[in-house]
Design a protein around this ligand. Structure first.
Ligand code: EIS
Length: 209
């Protein structure tokens, strides 16, 4: 769990504003998470995720003061882009990024909740499918859904995945799950806050890819 615990998300303040810089710093380590699922087959997902992060960072870097929080960034783009918004700029990149983050959140939460296929307890298909169904499925057309189904068979065993996110150390499953539980507290709060921005600003789109 070293991988995630070393790059914790910040605890949100009372106003639940997500500061752009610390958020970008924390998400920049998440592409490594997909390496733990399998570096080759999941490479296209990693590329997509890195693309989202790079795009948001590029916008942020043009004016860090103005885009201090994610909400300020969306508000500024809304004003800037008019009718093109929200299918544009960092707003679009964060719209997709938040779905990938939600996928990771629900998948990890399901693992720590002990949800499993009783006849194959070392498989993670139940957990991965739950993450996918909640976060992404409705935004994917038939073809991408089939890709997902095929990719599921390339997912590693739970024991290998837990070892990979512990940077190759052999750790006890329960110890590792406990660290994931701790990681999920701030991670989930940040994701929920980002989802709230999109729903408050009516910035989410439900087209399929
Ligand atoms: C967005 O991507 C961009 O992120 C965004 C902008 O360009 C926008 C325009 O509409 O599109 O099309 C992407 C979507 N992202 C939309 C799909 C990528 C999936 C990769 C499929 C490729 C092939 C093969 C590999 C096999 C893996 C298949 C998995 C299919 C889901 C078993 C574990 C699976 C875990 C799945 C989890 C995460 C998937 C995350 C995908 C996010 C997504 O749906 S912008 O870019 O604005 O930054 O420029």
């Amino acid at each position: 769990m070293a991988l995630l615990m070393e790059h914790q998300f910040r605890q949100l303040s009372a106003d639940r504003q997500v500061e752009t810089r610390p958020f970008l710093d924390a998400v920049s380590y998440l592409p490594l998470f997909f390496d733990c699922l399998g570096p080759t087959i999941f490479a296209p997902i990693k590329v997509d995720l890195i693309g989202n992060i790079t795009k948001i960072k590029a916008v942020y870097d043009t004016n860090p003061g103005r885009y201090k929080t994610l909400q300020q960034l969306l508000e500024a783009e809304k004003e800037m882009y008019g009718s093109e918004w929200p299918r544009v700029g960092a707003t679009l990149a964060l719209m997709w990024l938040k779905r990938s983050l939600k996928f990771i959140q629900i998948f990890l939460q399901s693992l720590v909740d002990g949800e499993k296929d009783q006849s194959n307890p070392n498989l993670m298909r139940v957990n991965i499918t739950k993450g996918y169904d909640v976060a992404l499925k409705r935004y994917h057309g038939w073809f991408v859904q089939q890709l997902f189904k095929a990719a599921l068979y390339a997912a590693p065993y739970k024991s290998d995945f837990l070892k990979a996110i512990s940077k190759g150390r052999d750790v006890k499953e329960e110890e590792c799950l406990e660290k994931i539980r701790k990681f999920l507290i701030n991670f989930s709060a940040n994701i929920d806050a980002v989802y709230d921005i999109y729903s408050r600003m009516n910035a989410d789109l439900d087209y399929k890819v």
